[in-house]
Write a protein that binds this ligand. Structure first.
Ligand SMILES: [Zn+2]
Length: 266
């Protein structure tokens, strides 16, 4: 089974607006539409069976509406993860509501929402996720980060959470450190209790094959999941790149879906 653990789509009504905002915020152009229908047709063309759709919000007052919509798009192909904002008052209650609605995880974006993941205000969220729901967390910088910007999601910060909550199921996105691969190698890769994903828009090819193979080897291929950031990258191009790395067929099958299937429980 092929699973992409990292995609973004929005309701039709605001899709165009968010697509423009995403292009502006990241500097990347979308490869396709950011709607449910566009993602499903891209999955069909790419041979992907399931996509995890990650919720993102700018403000705390958007959380419950965003999550209502995410809950509504669950089906055989789409596995939505809820959005949680640090400014939300009853964060643990929202996690509980998501669980009751069948949602299997949440996404946190410390850079966009400007918070440190190891800030104690977030601990009730991690406690509520328990040992069953998955936390996908942006790790590293953004393409638009400038020198001197606070580094909210350094691999070390994510590892502080992993160590404090050893039961928590964590996927550190972007190979464990977007634009921070040296820090990821030092502080996160090969450590216990944390998975990573392969999301590297606009194309995983930007990471040299040798480097990617070394990251997979160091962290352990059984704890690496395929992710793309669709619509900012192509599922077919990135999955083909992984298959051409020269890793074993078994390892590739794990990365491209089996690891996520077991970890998320799909
Ligand atoms: Zn993303």
């Amino acid at each position: 089974m092929r699973i992409d653990v990292h995609t973004h789509v929005w309701p039709e009504k605001i899709a165009e607006l968010t697509r423009e905002a995403m292009a502006r915020d990241t500097g990347f152009q979308a490869v396709s539409g950011n709607t449910v229908d566009a993602l499903k047709s891209h999955m069909g063309e790419s041979g992907v069976d399931k996509s995890v759709v990650l919720g993102i919000v700018d403000r705390p007052d958007q959380v419950s509406r965003a999550n209502d919509w995410l809950i509504s798009i669950q089906d055989e192909m789409l596995v939505p993860f809820g959005a949680i904002h640090p400014g939300l008052e009853n964060k643990a209650d929202e996690v509980r509501r998501l669980r009751q609605a069948g949602i299997k995880g949440i996404k946190l974006h410390p850079v966009m929402n400007r918070f440190y993941p190891d800030d104690p205000q977030m601990f009730p969220v991690y406690e509520e996720l328990g040992g069953d729901m998955v936390l996908e967390i942006h790790t590293g910088r953004l393409p638009t980060s400038k020198p001197g910007d606070p580094v909210y999601a350094a691999p070390e910060r994510v590892m502080n959470v992993v160590r404090r909550f050893p039961r928590l199921k964590v996927i550190a996105l972007h190979l464990g450190g977007f634009y921070m691969l040296d820090e990821a190698e030092r502080d996160l890769l090969g450590r216990e209790n944390v998975f990573i994903d392969t999301t590297w828009p606009p194309s995983l090819k930007e990471v040299a094959g040798e480097t990617l193979a070394a990251i997979i080897d160091k962290h352990g291929s059984h704890r690496v999941c395929f992710g793309t950031d669709y619509p900012l990258a192509s599922q077919s191009a990135d999955s083909e790149y992984i298959q051409r790395l020269g890793i074993s067929d078994g390892d590739a099958e794990g990365i491209l879906g089996e690891n996520a299937r077991q970890f998320i429980g799909l």
